[in-house]
Design a protein around this ligand. Sequence first.
Ligand SMILES: N[C@@H](CCC(=O)N[C@@H](CS)C(=O)NCC(=O)O)C(=O)O
Length: 369
Amino acid sequence: MTDQHASAPLLVYGTDCSYYTGKLETYLRAKGIAYRLVPFGEENMRRAARHTGVVQIPQVECPDGSWLVDTTLIIAHFERTRREPSFTPVDPATAFVSRLVEDYADEWLWRPAMHYRWSFPTTAALMSAWLAEHVRDRRVPEWLKRLYWRRRQHGTFVAGDGVAPATRIAIESAYLDTLATLEAVFAIRPFVLGERPTAADFGFMGPLFRHFFSDPAPARIMRERAPAVHEWVARMWNLRPERIAGMPMPERIPDDLGALLATIGEVYLPYLDANAAAFAKGDTRVSYPVRGTTITEPVKPYRVWCRDRLRTELVGLDADARSTVERALGASATARLAAPSPRPIENLVAELPLTTPPKAKPVDSWWRR
Ligand SMILES: N[C@@H](CCC(=O)N[C@@H](CS)C(=O)NCC(=O)O)C(=O)O
């Protein structure tokens, strides 16, 4: 970026009720990076997809004309290019766990977040009205815009993503267990790994801010069961570089994250394996056991990439850091993640910032064409 561009705000195409836009905004505010939130619409989504190859929000247009996409990559990009304030632990094992937790919050808590938004009628009615504001260009009645969003979101991300009477309890328990785990953590320290936020906190802001904290049905549960989590959401949203300067970086993996790391090792990593195996076979759907039930959902090429990225980070650790991770996560979960995916996936997003539009047809947020 040239000097002339350095202080102009980034344009963030998204919406103030979006999971990943909320995650990214929290990070940009904490990092002190100026941005302007531009409500997404059909026109700007088409333009963004031409530059990034992906149809999703958020998408970022930089003042110099380059583009950024994928909140995990965007955070990694700014952690690399702007050192202060840093949110990346210096200790490699702690940094790895912060990324693992970020990925779990990004991907595994997505389904309960969509379920709590779209399965409860009053919450669904409210949120479909918010989303209807983003269909300005079409001359259709308001009720039809709402109906469109309700059907689309419930059809794709709830009923179409494995939420059914038999799986509902298991899916809701992912939210309730998260509240219980984090409530205990925030009773003794302000952030997930210590005294300063890391990728783990920004990751949890995806589900916990715009969905669980803000949507009426899950927000009621949070207020009743987990006031310290409620307070953490506000603390995260109020982060500014000057408030972070005095916060010491976490130097080790706390030993009270056992329940969270056990869920990652026993539920999330086996799911990532099942998804990667189904992708390798060319299947479009995958079934796997979770807490006494079986979830069936579309195969998600994007999550093969998530797995491959985490694996690369894990196998890149030196022996000391690797055994520290093994002690925290368990030897078998660590070995599971260290195994290569049967068919690694082609990387669809080049190194950020993106300066040349991709040639291939755009993919959706799960990297399906
Ligand atoms: N991995 C992406 C995920 C982005 C994403 O899935 N965003 C959601 C909205 S919060 C979306 O655009 N979903 C696609 C859709 O609704 O079609 C990121 O981290 O930015």
